[in-house]
Design a protein around this ligand. Structure first.
Ligand code: GAR
Length: 219
């Protein structure tokens, strides 16, 4: 699978969009960000796109209140730009099967938890409440469930004593900025294959001896 023309869909500040733009502009990802789409007229992501001369489109819920009609409009825009890979970066809408079927295994998302733990919203708070010792972030393909599609890459961060939601979110976001461009790069390079729920990454060596504990264990 590959996709050299990508679209980024974002509702918020767009720091993940920025991380991807930076890697594309540095030549480390061989693809073009053809368009940035937002459902929010004042999304910071739109300003970031404009700064980099990337076309923007705003599609609001007010104009398309029915989810399937909204998604059909997104599909129309994506096809118009010849988009092959759709990158959701803080896009706070659930996609309907209409768009998932139009772009099968061609839509990816980033989520600020170690899925399948803590799908949905307010997940950093949920992780703190559950008392997990590690959290992190996940890039996955979109399927018809909420945060359930095949997992491409994950990063792990420790949860510290007395962490606040803000502190944990910042620690996770820093890792998001590392793994999201990497996921895009792997897909664009055609190194990702999907078998059922499992993703295979070609030419990637993982050290099977690496492990982390929290708190640390000596020796
Ligand atoms: C990121 O933390 C991303 O993981 C999260 O929204 C934030 C967007 O930040 N996405 C979700 O929670 C999706 N369920 P950004 O606009 O700075 O990239």
């Amino acid at each position: 699978m590959s996709g050299n023309t990508i679209a980024v869909l974002a509702s918020g500040g767009g720091s993940n969009l920025q991380a991807i733009i930076d890697e594309v502009e540095s030549g480390r990802i061989l693809c073009k960000v053809a368009v940035v789409i937002s459902d929010q007229v004042d999304a910071g992501a739109l300003a970031r796109a404009k700064e980099h001369k990337i076309p923007t489109e705003v599609i609001t819920k007010a104009d398309y209140p029915v989810r399937e009609e909204y998604d059909r409009e997104v599909i129309r825009v994506l096809k118009g730009y010849g988009v092959e890979l759709v990158v959701l970066a803080g896009f706070m809408r659930i996609l309907s099967p209409v768009i998932i079927e139009a772009f099968p295994l061609k839509i990816i998302n980033i989520h600020p938890s170690l899925l399948p733990s803590f799908p949905g919203l307010d997940v950093q708070e949920a992780a703190l409440k559950a008392g997990v010792r590690f959290s992190g972030c996940t890039v996955h393909f979109i399927d018809t469930g909420v945060d359930t599609g095949p997992i491409i890459i994950q990063a792990v961060v420790p949860v510290l004593n007395n962490d606040t939601v803000r502190e944990l979110s910042i620690r996770i976001l820093k890792e998001e900025h590392r793994i999201y461009p990497e996921a895009v790069r792997l897909i664009v390079e055609g190194r990702v294959t999907v078998k059922g729920q499992q993703v295979m990454i070609n030419d990637s060596k993982v050290d099977a001896e690496v492990s982390l504990t929290n708190p640390p264990v000596k020796g």
